[in-house]
Design a protein around this ligand. Structure first.
Ligand SMILES: NC(=O)c1ccc[n+]([C@@H]2O[C@H](COP(=O)([O-])OP(=O)(O)OC[C@H]3O[C@@H](n4cnc5c(N)ncnc54)[C@H](OP(=O)(O)O)[C@@H]3O)[C@@H](O)[C@H]2O)c1
Length: 402
């Protein structure tokens, strides 16, 4: 029972999700697991593990120098691109993806407006940046029922970009009817509210671009089909949710002068949270293993690639419409777990049976028991370069083993 409960924590994150090279992963990883000893969260990414970061260096010049030195050469060019942006408003900035984005944009000197349900908590999360002299403002997420909100409108106005990441957690919960309503309203109503505010602005006040999150769950689930941006939507709850979420964003058509980019996120892989924050401790305790059949597809993206794609969507005026934010090399759950076990030097051997997850999560179990094999055709065609195209490099970059 204890084992099951520990494994259940795996689902506290948000897994949604043409494989050319994953076959080699299993071969590479088999029988290698005892090789490593100690694991730490990688500080490769600009915004990784903010709390660690806060305690690990002071706001002194020396601390700042160390923070910058943690940015790899690739991320430094990302930072340089971000420096071209003047002002960004982020809704849902306190989450896993938002914190990474805020860190990078703050370092680049971008004026940031954080829209949140809890300003005090957001200030506690991001206070370290203000102490270092970065520019952050806070805005209360308004009531979703009122038609107008002057404060909120002012927070969105005259920005280079509005990035909407808000949404109640999808994974790790039993979906009651009430919670399904919250999953929908926290995405669709928040997006509608943003769009309504922008449409009510004078043209010169409107933000230049709205970047709206969505998920590869849009395509529905399948073990055999492949999907890309041109594929039709699925018909399960998550697919319908994504469709409504996206159509709320699309209400802002080009005639309003604000470009709309919809990014369909795969499972986000990075240090300090998300799927790895949940799975790594289980593997460290020698309790790791695939969930369900292990054959379900995981379409994933390394968090710095996602931050890069968001910044690219802000700065590249040619980007318009839907882009899959997932690597070109999806993997099966089995391959994901095998690779993780190999990298941290632990076995991948204790599967969690399908019936256990169904019993615990009900309809919400679809998030981990099923998946989809999604290919980012339009994203690649736009010239975007994935720094971490395969799962081995992405996991290795997110986890330091010494
Ligand atoms: N992480 C993934 O693997 C993944 C995959 C596919 C899609 N996505 C989607 O991408 C977006 C960002 O992902 P994430 O991992 O950063 O999400 P996250 O860590 O769960 O953060 C989402 C943010 O949304 C806000 N929020 C939560 N509940 C809300 C509610 N009931 N009403 C309004 N706002 C609410 C919160 O901000 P405040 O508390 O400050 O208001 C929270 O920080 C989410 O919409 C998520 O569904 C994520």
């Amino acid at each position: 029972m204890l084992f099951v409960l520990i494994h259940a924590s795996l689902f506290k994150t948000c897994p949604h999700q043409k494989n050319k090279s994953f076959g080699h992963l299993s071969k590479r990883s088999k029988f290698l697991w005892p090789r490593t000893k100690q694991l730490t969260v990688a500080k490769l990414s600009a915004g990784a593990s903010n709390t660690d970061r806060d305690s690990s260096y002071s706001s002194s010049k020396r601390g700042e120098d160390r923070a910058y030195s943690e940015i790899t050469a690739a991320n430094r060019s990302l930072l340089d691109r971000a420096k071209k942006v003047k002002s960004v408003c982020i809704v849902g900035a306190t989450g896993f993806v938002g914190q990474q984005l805020v860190t990078l944009l703050a370092k680049a000197g971008v004026e940031l407006t954080i829209v949140t349900r809890d300003v005090a908590r957001a200030k506690a999360t991001f206070g370290k940046y203000e102490r270092r002299g970065y520019s952050l403002q806070y805005c209360q997420l308004p009531s979703l029922v009122l038609d107008q909100d002057v404060n909120f409108k002012a927070c969105l106005a005259k920005k280079d970009a509005v990035v909407n990441l808000a949404g109640a957690p999808i994974a790790g919960k039993r979906w009651s009817e009430a919670y399904k309503d919250e999953l929908i309203s926290s995405r669709v109503r928040v997006t509608q509210k943003i769009v309504e505010m922008i449409m009510s602005m004078d043209k010169e006040e409107r933000p230049k671009v709205l970047i709206n999150a969505s998920a590869v769950g849009y395509y529905g689930v399948s073990d055999s089909k492949e999907f890309d941006e041109s594929s039709p939507p699925g018909d399960d709850f998550l697919a319908v949710l994504c469709r409504k979420w996206e159509s709320a964003a699309r209400q802002l058509d080009q005639s309003f002068g604000t470009r709309v980019v919809i990014l369909r996120f795969g499972i986000v892989v990075g240090s300090g949270g998300g799927v790895l924050g949940s799975m790594t401790p289980i593997f460290q305790m020698f309790l790791g293993g695939p969930v369900g059949t292990g054959r379900q597809w995981i379409s994933w993206i390394q968090i710095m690639d996602l931050v890069n794609l968001i910044i690219r969507s802000i700065t590249d005026e040619n980007m318009l419409g839907v882009f899959n934010a997932c690597s070109p090399e999806p993997v099966t759950m089995n391959d994901f777990c095998e690779t993780l076990g190999n990298i941290i030097g632990r076995p991948n051997w204790l599967p969690v049976p399908t019936f256990v997850i169904r019993a615990m999560l009900g309809e919400g179990s679809i998030v981990v028991l099923e998946g989809q094999r999604v290919y980012p055709s339009r994203t690649l065609a736009s010239g975007f370069h994935f720094q971490y195209p395969n799962i081995y490099s992405a996991l290795e970059a997110s986890i330091n083993v010494s």
